[in-house]
Write a protein that binds this ligand. Structure first.
Ligand code: PLP
Length: 383
């Protein structure tokens, strides 16, 4: 074989798959976040102290070992009353979404999504198929049940719904999830319950009985472990075997696996954090009503509010005051809408004080917080 001359290959670069060229990118605004983080719906305080204590017991040698996921999956399954082969631990729900797309989507298949919703569904599914069918919610952001069911076709292979939904805070009832599973027995129905703890209603108990249902949970939100990247999928073992097959054996790091039992065991901490969020949510509603800001009552640890044309100015003014918010204006149907995360009492107080000051500073008036009719949808930016 004759050697290839460098001049023959300069300027020639291998191309990725067409789907990779076409897929959207997700660039969450992660820079300079060392302030009050009311932008990503994380726990804004800390995980259970038991988690941190366990972390400090880890050894240097422990870091040299490949992580073993299975013993923890057995524990997690027992925690939820499931069988071990019905559970898969993942590198956050983000990876879980990716694995579902890899395991179930061929290029001809359709994915059914409700918009606005979590953008990673678009990213991971676009990698596999162009056929993303999006059903847009109206300005109430209630789950458009009838239109969504009507969008199921024989080609629908994967249905992804977040409940509670991000960024709207609305949820999909367990009954509606069951109806979806029944209407599309040929499709996998993924109920993303990343924010379950702040809501309380779950489809987890339906997992053993419904063969095409997969439920997702994360340890990033209420548990306060976003930095450790740990989530889970629960579903019928017949389906889960394929998701397990496409996952890396070392997808969840050993630090997350080591502290997970502590996080799961400290129910008192979880209950305290969730109670703080519930109280905080009510305080945020009351403040927004008093200020005249339109908002959507939420079942999650965040509230979406309608700021109108001054959305970017408000987010910038809040940053100046050391508080991060998330501008959701580029989401479909969200022109002018901004999301605020609810944390423990003190964080809510600081967030609300900054909000009052910033609204005044940008010259905002309640007249700008009006239903969306007439306001054109902004072009969606994939931030
Ligand atoms: C609806 C929804 N699902 C999943 C995730 C990702 O969670 P994780 O940190 O487990 O990857 C998020 C994060 O914001 C989310 O909003």
């Amino acid at each position: 074989m004759s050697p290839v001359a460098m001049e023959d290959v300069v300027g020639v670069q291998p191309k990725p798959r067409a789907a990779v060229l076409a897929m959207p990118e997700y660039h969450p605004p992660l820079a300079s976040r060392a302030m009050l983080r009311l932008d990503f719906n994380e726990n804004t305080l800390a995980p259970s102290p038991r988690v941190f204590a366990k972390l400090q017991q880890l050894t240097a040698e422990g870091l040299t070992v490949y992580p073993e996921r299975e013993p923890m999956e057995i524990q997690v399954a027992a925690h939820y009353g499931l069988k071990p082969d019905e559970v898969l631990l993942t590198n956050g729900v983000d990876e879980a979404i990716h694995l579902l797309a890899c395991a179930f989507l061929d290029a001809d298949d359709e994915v059914l999504l409700c918009t606005p919703s979590f953008f990673m569904y678009d990213v991971s599914c676009s990698m596999m198929t162009r056929n993303l069918i999006r059903v847009q919610a109206d300005d109430s952001f209630l789950f458009p049940r009838e239109r969504f069911l009507a969008a199921v076709t024989p080609r629908t292979k994967l249905i992804m719904v977040a409940t509670p939904n991000n960024p709207t805070g609305q949820s999909v009832s367990r009954e509606d999830i069951r109806a979806l599973c029944a209407a599309a027995p040929h499709a996998v129905v993924f109920a993303d319950e990343a924010y379950f703890h702040f809501h309380g209603e779950s489809s987890m108990d339906d997992v053993p009985a419904i063969p095409n249902l997969i439920v997702g949970r994360t340890f990033s939100k209420a548990y306060g472990l976003a930095n450790l990247r740990c989530g889970m999928l629960a579903g019928n073992s017949g389906l889960m075997q394929y998701v397990r097959k496409v996952s890396s054996p070392y997808n969840v790091n050993g630090i997350a696996l080591a502290v997970l039992p502590e996080a799961l065991a400290d129910q008192a901490y979880l209950d305290w954090y969730v109670a703080q969020v519930h109280t905080g949510r009510e305080r945020v509603y009351a403040a927004l009503a008093e200020l005249g800001v339109r908002y959507w009552p939420s079942t999650a640890n965040f509230v979406l509010m309608d700021i109108g044309r001054k959305h970017a100015a408000l987010v910038a003014a809040m940053r100046e005051r050391g508080v991060l918010l998330r501008d959701r204006s580029s989401d479909p149907g969200c022109d002018g809408y901004v999301r605020i995360t609810i944390g423990p009492e003190e964080h809510v107080s600081r967030g609300l004080a900054a909000l009052r000051g910033s609204l005044t500073e940008v010259g905002w008036t309640p007249a700008e917080s009006v239903p969306a009719q007439g306001r054109g949808d902004g072009e969606r930016e994939y931030e």
